[in-house]
Design a protein around this ligand. Sequence first.
Ligand SMILES: [Zn+2]
Length: 349
Amino acid sequence: MTPPLTDDNRYAALKDKETAKGLPFFLGVTSTGIFCRPGCPARLPLRKNCLFFDKVQDALTAGLRPCKRCHPLGGQHRLLEALMADILEDPSKDWSETALQAKGYSPTTLRRTFKNHTGFSLSDFVRWVRLGRGEKSLQKGGSVINAQLDAGFDSPSGFRSAYSAMFGRPPANTKPSTAAPLSIAWHETPLGRMVSIADEVSLYMLEFTNRVKMIGQVKRLYRLHKRPIEAGRTAISEQIESELKSYFNGDLTAFQTPLTLTGTDFQKQTWAQLQKIPYGETRSYADLAVAVGNEKAVRAVAGSNAKNGLALIVPCHRVIAKDGGLGGYAGGLDRKIALLALEGVEIKA
Ligand SMILES: [Zn+2]
């Protein structure tokens, strides 16, 4: 276990605002009476005016007020949760940026903040929820025109092309199915929000929301499992949320949540080997290639690694360069460093 951070370490970590973002504590400022998230755009106060809190509640009970610039209580977070809930309630309404700005949403909230928060752009999110409605209607045996209307599309051709792009088949080819939907849920972690897709039996996806390829992973799940995806929580979403909490507290070294891996046989084989790398240890791509039984397959192994849709659980952050350097990470190198540090791994600079 890494020793607990001292307040001086925490203060030092705040100096670089970019890397400070997402650090798991709150900064109280005695001279102004406010408290902030690490990485707040406001100027870093003098060390003597700083207090550090592990929990929001502690900062509040110390009589401090939340900063209006960095919203340590998650003001944006609640606003966006409410917006997403409204969209999910009735995706066929006008959710264009123009309509939402007329309701008082700021353009920054709608673009950057929405994307950071959910992993989707607002327009992708709306389209995706609409297509999910259409898919559900088709799976219930409804006609294509009803599906189009349920999805809130004005034109048959618009619906057909958006639907085909999403599901990889035209709406007319969708056969009725009684498959239960998969549930998508979001989870807060000290390294940023994650999104999970699960049913009542197993977990299908776990990703950081700002991962570039995340939307591709969602589409792949749609296509391969042919099940609609809805916002909601299952017993499995709750299990992974609680395991994430323990993992980031340093109390959990092996995830127990049951998984459904979606990929080719080779990818699955690579992921199975990845899962054998113990907590706190690392391997190189070359080691991994040997483990899958083909030392020449280094590139293919690296490719499978990048397609992994179960961040942390299939621990591709434990794969580093052969010379002991960091190597790459689809979730961002800062996160890889933080994850390896959490697990007590020292990386050559
Ligand atoms: Zn602040």
